[in-house]
Design a protein around this ligand. Structure first.
Ligand SMILES: NC(=O)C1=CN([C@@H]2O[C@H](COP(=O)(O)OP(=O)(O)OC[C@H]3O[C@@H](n4cnc5c(N)ncnc54)[C@H](O)[C@@H]3O)[C@@H](O)[C@H]2O)C=CC1
Ligand SMILES: CC(C)CC(=O)C(=O)O
Ligand SMILES: [Mg+2]
Length: 359
């Protein structure tokens, strides 16, 4: 098949991990006879430096003309000034909104080869397999916000959490459909004991699930309790659906089940158009430029890209198997090495490539 893939490495370790995933995609094309063309775009801090905008129009055009987008990460201390005109993260929010990528799918699966990498007990972690559906274009990240100076000179700032029925219905539907292909259970996470938005979320979830997915078991869990249940009894969860901010926080927490942020990929999908694939982590300024970041989350995001946007299931599975193989042989980057011997970002990429070519 022919496909154009937009590569948006972004900032910090985004550049290092996307380079490894790109090598895998090139190898997929060569091995399976596909023609992938890659077009690069700027996003985040590097885009602000070059153009003054966190998401230049040119990047958006490249993405719209592509079948899929692979993104690294944005942000870093260089662009953290609170009074700056724009921030790198604004570019990420804008691309999600502009492309209508309302569903962020984040699988959290504990590899049998990595149970030692988790700070949690083996009996809690072994066998964990959760699929998060995080709503991605609504909620606090997109509601009205602002600041004002009060008469006494102090300041007030506000962000608004806002959701409409339509926005809730479409993400709940995707969660229900996914559950049908899995263990047929969906957990909805909200704060309905306090927030009006959550009460609408809960009512809408119940209505859609009862009418359209009566065969799927459902439950509601409050966000504060969920933060605890997620690491005390993670095997109770199959599919989890929640709003933007809650899903952002819970999945970073959930990364401690497999053992590192550097292991978790994600897919951001809309009703149509290109999907966007990225690791769940950020630009990791504390390790950027050292060549030690774990590229597996981004390599696994490339596998999700092949599966969801290019419908190349065999190729996606081949990458996932190669990652499993490398982990089964004991190769580790520093984040999952537990203080033991560790390989570099580039070496980990090479090992996955060698395993991919060998099967
Ligand atoms: N999707 C994106 O582009 C995101 C961007 N950010 C931005 O990234 C910047 C840094 O944010 P942080 O809060 O530090 O979050 P972060 O996710 O960049 O890093 C958190 C911790 O996890 C480690 N880590 C993350 N990815 C890793 C990998 N692949 N291998 C090994 N270790 C890894 C980092 O070294 C750090 O100790 C900020 O500017 C933030 O806004 C944060 C989250 C998502
Ligand atoms: C805009 C962000 C940096 C959000 C985030 O942390 C994420 O999508 O994981
Ligand atoms: Mg996040």
């Amino acid at each position: 098949m022919r496909a154009q893939i937009a590569l948006l490495p972004g900032d910090g370790i985004g550049v290092e991990v996307v380079a490894e995933a790109e090598k895998l995609l090139l190898a997929v094309a060569a091995k399976f006879g596909h023609e992938f063309s890659f077009v690069r775009g700027l996003i985040g801090g590097c885009a602000i430096d070059a153009t003054g905008e966190a998401l230049p129009d040119e990047t958006l055009s490249i993405c719209r003309a592509s079948q899929a987008i692979l993104l690294g990460a944005v942000g870093g201390p260089k662009w953290d000034n609170p009074s700056a005109k724009t921030r790198p993260e604004a570019g990420l929010l804008k691309i999600r909104k502009e492309l209508g990528l309302f569903a962020n799918v984040r699988p959290i699966k504990a590899s049998p080869y990595l149970v030692q990498a988790s700070p949690l007990k083996t009996e809690i972690v072994a066998g964990v397999d959760i699929l998060f559906f995080r709503e991605l274009t609504g909620g606090l990240y997109f509601g009205e916000s602002g600041r004002k100076t009060n008469p006494d000179g102090s300041e007030t700032a506000f962000n608004t959490m806002i959701y409409s029925t339509h926005e809730i219905e479409r993400i709940v539907r995707l969660a229900g459909q996914a559950a049908r292909g899995r263990r047929k259970k969906v957990t909805s996470v909200d704060k309905a004991n306090v927030l009006e938005v959550s009460r609408l979320w809960r009512q809408t979830f119940d209505r859609v699930m009862q009418a359209e997915f009566p065969d799927v078991q459902t439950e509601h869990v409050l966000i504060d309790a969920m933060a605890m249940h997620l690491i005390s009894k993670p095997k109770n969860f199959d599919v989890v659906v929640t709003e933007n901010l809650f899903g952002d926080i819970l999945t970073d927490e959930g990364s401690m089940l497999p053992g590192s942020m550097g292991l978790l990929p994600s897919a951001s999908l809309g009703a149509d158009g290109p999907g966007l694939y990225e690791p769940i982590h950020g630009s990791a300024p504390d390790i950027a430029g050292k060549g030690i970041a774990n590229p597996l989350a981004t390599i696994l995001a490339a596998a999700m890209l092949l599966r969801h946007s290019l419908h190349l299931e065999t190729e996606a599975v081949a990458i996932e198997k190669a990652v499993d193989h490398v982990l089964s042989r004991g190769h580790r980057t520093a984040d999952i090495a537990g203080g033991g011997p560790a390989v570099s970002t580039v070496r980990m990429g090479e090992l996955v490539l060698e395993a991919f070519l060998a099967v």
